[in-house]
Design a protein. Structure first.
Length: 494
């Protein structure tokens, strides 16, 4: 299909243009429309149009750029698809959620779409400044979206914490970018990677790298930059929590791939200066992040806080990619990011559906749920077991690919990261304990009530979509993994 005949030189950003139009129109539609459902239907329709347009571009093999700033290729198209799936799930259930605001519906959907636009621009960026702008568009929109929860003071508290810590991460990131620009004379990532002006390891170069790792480490809630995540996920409405845990976090990981993999992949000037040191830095962060996330999750009694610490641990698993820095590791990391969207997103959707039915957020509130809501209980069990890595679910398959990347996939590639795989496997076993607590509450323990739980039909649809994806990707990973391999190869060639 000739996409350029429709969008011309802006074809590379066509999926974003669709969302941009929606962001501009949806507040007005909300003011003119008499029902919230009209605003919801328009927003969902625009998200679906953008999603299918990108899917056609991706499967058609389209490549191109807009004004030399945004480049569409196999990698950016795949990441944009991931962000669009997250947005689709969040918008799909928002109209039925009792947690989302009833007074600023247009602003709510506009913020979600604006945040996703920022993620999409980040995926297409090859320049530090453009990545920074995309990240800030997502962050500022997310700050506001977190606060938009009806009749809950925790949302305002969570938003304030999010803004303060987000401002700190922004300052650190900008400081690191400015120092790199001073050293290399450019903000183009590929040019920095091969720059001879940097010369060698200096205090300025080291501070620039550490500042950027810390700044973007806040975005993915890597330890020790993780303290905001549990409070924000608990305080925000569940659709927004799901959006942040599965979308915003993936954007941060994509930033790490696009900056540090390009800069320090074998053969670049930067890799010769500090390649092994950067790999070990990320290996240590990955090991600490997955360990702290899983251990602290054991003590949680609030289901959303438990899932928040679980998300921190999952970020640690994916950071294995940054330690290994191979094409296969990146392919496996991208695949795990996709499976995580469906299993973690599905778990949050179950929580949101049960909140709509009047069930609380504590694990003890889930006692006897298997008899009151058998479908919700079964879905939650499968999502949690997938997160723990139980076969044949998607989480097992993606973890197997990701952990095996530490052992080397070609001659000459040393298996120096096997210890990291051992820590990851041990952490997966630890995670099974606190996931099993929820399953035990649902299937073994008796609840105080015996009446049937009724959840909104649209939540059931969204949960079933995630459930089918978790099962299918577990037994047939090539459905997505082939795209992940192509995307990884494309990124590392850039």
């Amino acid at each position: 299909m000739d996409f350029t005949s429709i969008f011309g030189e802006f074809t590379a950003v066509a999926p974003m243009i669709i969302l941009m139009i929606a962001v501009l129109l949806v507040p007005g539609i909300n003011l003119l429309g008499k029902k919230r459902s009209i605003t919801w239907a328009f927003s969902l329709a625009m998200v679906v149009i953008s999603l299918f347009l990108n899917l056609f571009m991706l499967t058609d093999g389209f490549t191109g750029s807009t004004l030399g700033m945004a480049s569409y290729n196999a990698y950016s198209g795949l990441m944009i698809l991931l962000f669009q799936i997250v947005l689709f799930l969040a918008v799909l259930v928002s109209n039925a959620s009792t947690e989302t605001t009833r007074f600023n519906t247009g602003a709510y959907y506009a913020l979600l779409m604006a945040a996703t636009m920022g993620m999409m621009f980040v995926a297409e960026s090859s320049d530090l400044v453009m990545i920074f702008v995309g990240v800030e568009l997502t962050s500022i929109s997310s700050y506001a979206a977190v606060s938009m929860k009806r009749n809950d003071s925790r949302a305002a508290e969570a938003a304030v914490k999010y803004v303060i810590i987000g401002g700190m991460s922004t300052a650190l990131t900008l400081y690191g970018i400015s120092m790199l620009y001073g050293l290399a004379g450019t903000t183009n990532i590929a040019a920095i990677a091969h720059s001879t002006q940097i010369g060698g390891m200096s205090l300025t170069f080291a501070v620039a790298l550490i500042s950027m790792v810390a700044g973007y480490g806040f975005k993915i809630a890597a330890v020790p930059f993780h303290m905001w995540a549990p409070d924000v996920y608990e305080g925000a409405s569940t659709p927004v929590s799901m959006f942040l845990a599965t979308g915003s976090k993936k954007m941060g990981l994509s930033v790490f791939f696009q900056i540090f993999l390009i800069m320090f992949v074998s053969g670049t000037a930067c890799a010769k200066i500090a390649g092994p040191e950067v790999q070990y830095l990320f290996a240590i962060i990955a090991a600490i992040t997955m360990t702290v996330g899983n251990i602290v999750a054991i003590a949680q009694n609030n289901i959303k806080r438990m899932l928040a610490y679980s998300s921190i641990a999952q970020a640690g698993y994916i950071l294995i990619v940054m330690a290994v820095m191979s094409e296969y590791a990146l392919s496996a990391g991208l695949f795990h990011m996709f499976t995580h969207v469906f299993m973690k997103g599905g778990a949050f959707l179950v929580v949101g559906a049960l909140i709509c039915a009047g069930i609380g957020e504590k694990i003890s509130d889930y006692r006897g749920l298997a008899k009151r809501a058998p479908l919700m209980a079964a879905a939650m069990m499968l999502f949690l077991f997938s997160l723990a890595g139980i076969p044949p679910l998607a989480g097992f398959t993606s973890k197997f690919f990701l952990f095996s990347s530490t052992m080397g996939t070609s001659a000459g590639l040393e298996s120096q990261w096997i210890w990291l795989a051992f820590i990851a496997i041990l952490n997966s076993a630890i995670s099974l304990y606190y996931y099993a607590r929820v399953v035990k509450a649902m299937y073994v323990e008796r609840g105080d009530k015996a009446d049937r739980v009724k959840v909104p039909a649209i939540f059931t649809v969204a949960i079933l979509i995630c459930l089918v994806a978790v099962i299918v990707l577990g037994v047939y990973p090539q459905l997505i993994f082939d795209f992940c391999e192509t995307a990884a190869h494309t990124l590392l060639l850039s």
